[in-house]
Structure formats: structure tokens, C-alpha cells
Design a protein around this ligand. Structure first.
Ligand code: UDP
Length: 313
């Protein structure tokens, strides 16, 4: 296959690029580098089956030659990033999805959208199955990401229904691993950085909010299976191991062997407004239609991620 991956210089886009190259495919990577980094694809540059185009996919996209699949992963994904870049976030989810769908249609390519557990908003159902419609505040600070991704899902289904395009949608739950940016503001890099530098771990509020963390390699495996499957409606890919943020802070301290303390702080209103109180994927559908379930536990995944960050602090 010849595959276009948008957001190829990002955390997930770069790991996906590695996977497709390893499976023998040809990858065209695209990124405007607002949150991505060329360091993530340094190992692919110069590979005969990898090429890179620096481009904002919210503008018209030109790719020469045939494409068999388009994987749309371009988007800021950390709350801090989308608060800092609200309009590019809205544009890449809307205009960028429209452009990449148009490209897939012109090339007769299969399209896979990176969607998110944020489409469920601050959920009133836990765990979240795919048929839950969500609880999203369109005009809150997170609305720029949540609504862009909800629009992206809607336009993807419209291209499937009205143009007969082969489309797939993965709803990605919290994912961590090497190549996350040390200062992207998310809880995993924040806590690891703090633990490795002996600073207190900053738990927002009382730490009772929950998340479920999956290691990136499980996600990449799920996405690869989904692209090759017949499932046309969204599929959750995440690790159902739900824990409180306070327990997560304790796990990071233990696994890193850190002597850091835990502090409870109240960050800016914008940062915590509409912060989901709970989040956990219902993965019965992924098990049924993809034969997929996560394999990497928190202790193993965190140890590998901490090793990666250790060399970078
Ligand atoms: N959080 C925290 N301390 C931090 C960063 C985040 O307590 O230094 C909390 C945040 O309020 C949220 C959870 O950790 O409840 C996960 O936040 P993250 O930014 O990783 O992403 P989200 O899952 O909200 O998209």
C-alpha cells in the first residue's frame, strides 16, 4: 500500500509511520510541525519508502501519484495545545478532514479518521460504549477540540454514505509512550518530568478524576487492524484499566523510584473547565470486530516511557 499519514511528525503519527514502513508499505508523511517534531521521524528520513511533505492540511492538499489509504492524524491533542491553538484545532478537524476526505475520494483510497474519547465530553455513562452520544459543552474551552472531532466524524460518515467512500473511525482514549513532548502539559509527561527532576507532582484538585491509560503500541496495533477490517462505524481503542489521577501520581513515583511529593493545586479555570470527571473505554466492540485487546500493562508501559524521558530531562 501507499499511505498518506497526516500528523506524521507527531507522537502517534510517527509511531504509525514506523508501523506501516515495518509492514512493507510506502508512507507519505505530512505535518505542519505546530505540535509535531522532525525528531520523531528522524529515523525514517532517507528511507526509500518514506517521504515527507511539510504542509498544513487545513489548506488544499496536493499529493502526486496513487494512494491506497489516508490516515488523518493531524491535530493538536493536548488540552494545553488546543487552548493555545484554538483556531488551528478547529480548522484541522473540520477543513483538514474535508481536504483529506476529498483527497481520499480523488485517489480511491480508504480513509481512517483519528477521533477521540473527547467526543463523549464529560460523560454521564462510564465506561463509554460507542453508541453513547456524549455530553459536550460546545462553547467551553475544550469545545474547539471536541466539536471539531465530532464534526470530523459527521463529515466522514457523510462521505461514506453519500460518496461510497470506504471510511474507518478510531476513537482514541488516553495514550502514552515515547515521543510525547516533555512539556505538552498532559498528565503523563508532566508527572514523569516532575518525578525525574525531584519536583512535586501537580495533581489538579483532589485527584479523584479518573483516566484509563494505554501504551502506544497497543493503539497502533488496534488502528492497523481497524484499517484492514470491515467495520465502518467508530471503534473505541483504549485500555480499560481506569484509575484516579492521585493513584496515577503514586504509580509514577513508585515506578520511577522518585522521592517527589504530591501537591494538590488549582490550575487556571480554562485548564480545568469541563475536564471530564471519569473516562474509561468500553472495548467490547474492538474485541468482537477486531479481535483486539491491550497487551501492555501500566507498570511495563510506564517503565519504558520513563526510560525514554530519563535521557531527555
Ligand atoms: N492533570 C493533573 N495534573 C497535571 C496534568 C493533568 O492532575 O499536571 C489531570 C487533568 O486535570 C485531567 C487528567 O489529569 O483530569 C488528564 O489530563 P490530560 O491533560 O493528560 O488529558 P485529558 O485526559 O484531560 O485530555
Amino acid at each position: 500500500m501507499r499511505v498518506l499519514i497526516t500528523g506524521a511528525a507527531g507522537f502517534l503519527g510517527s509511531h504509525l509511520s514506523d508501523k506501516f514502513i515495518a509492514e512493507g508499505h510506502t508512507v507519505v508523511g505530512m505535518d505542519n510541525l505546530i505540535t509535531g517534531s522532525m525528531d520523531n521521524i528522524a529515523g525514517l528520513m532517507g528511507h526509500e519508502r518514506f517521504s515527507f511533505i511539510k504542509q498544513d492540511v487545513s489548506n488544499y492538499i496536493y499529493v502526486a501519484g496513487p494512494l491506497d489509504a489516508v490516515l488523518h492524524f493531524a491535530s493538536p491533542a493536548s488540552p494545553n495545545d488546543y487552548l493555545e491553538h484554538p483556531i488551528p484545532t478547529l480548522k484541522v478537524g473540520s477543513l483538514g478532514t474535508h481536504n483529506t476526505l476529498g483527497l481520499a475520494k480523488a485517489k480511491g483510497a480508504r480513509f481512517l479518521l483519528a477521533s477521540t474519547s473527547e467526543v463523549y465530553g464529560d460523560p454521564q455513562v462510564n465506561p463509554q460504549p460507542e453508541d453513547y452520544w456524549g455530553h459536550v459543552n460546545p462553547i467551553g474551552p475544550r469545545g474547539v477540540y471536541d466539536e471539531a472531532k465530532r464534526f470530523a466524524e459527521a463529515i466522514t460518515l457523510a462521505y461514506q454514505r453519500y460518496h461510497g467512500l470506504e471510511t474507518r473511525i478510531v476513537r482514541i482514549f488516553n495514550t502514552y509512550g515515547p515521543r510525547m513532548r516533555l512539556h505538552d502539559g498532559r498528565v503523563v509527561p508532566n508527572f514523569i518530568y516532575q518525578a525525574l527532576t525531584g519536583q512535586p507532582l501537580t495533581v489538579y484538585g483532589d485527584g479523584s478524576r479518573t483516566r484509563s491509560f494505554q501504551y502506544y503500541s497497543d493503539l497502533v496495533d488496534g488502528i492497523y487492524r481497524l484499517l484492514h477490517s470491515d467495520e465502518k462505524l467508530p471503534v473505541n481503542i483504549g485500555n480499560p484499566g481506569e484509575m484516579t489521577i492521585l493513584d496515577f501520581a503514586e504509580a509514577v513515583i513508585e515506578i520511577s523510584g522518585s522521592e517527589s511529593e504530591i501537591v494538590h493545586i488549582q490550575p487556571s479555570d480554562e485548564r480545568v473547565t469541563d475536564d471530564p470527571k471519569v473516562r474509561r473505554p468500553d472495548i467490547r466492540k474492538a474485541k468482537r470486530v477486531l479481535g483486539w485487546e491491550p497487551k501492555v500493562g501500566l507498570a511495563e508501559g510506564l517503565a519504558k516511557t520513563i526510560d525514554y524521558f530519563r535521557s531527555r530531562v
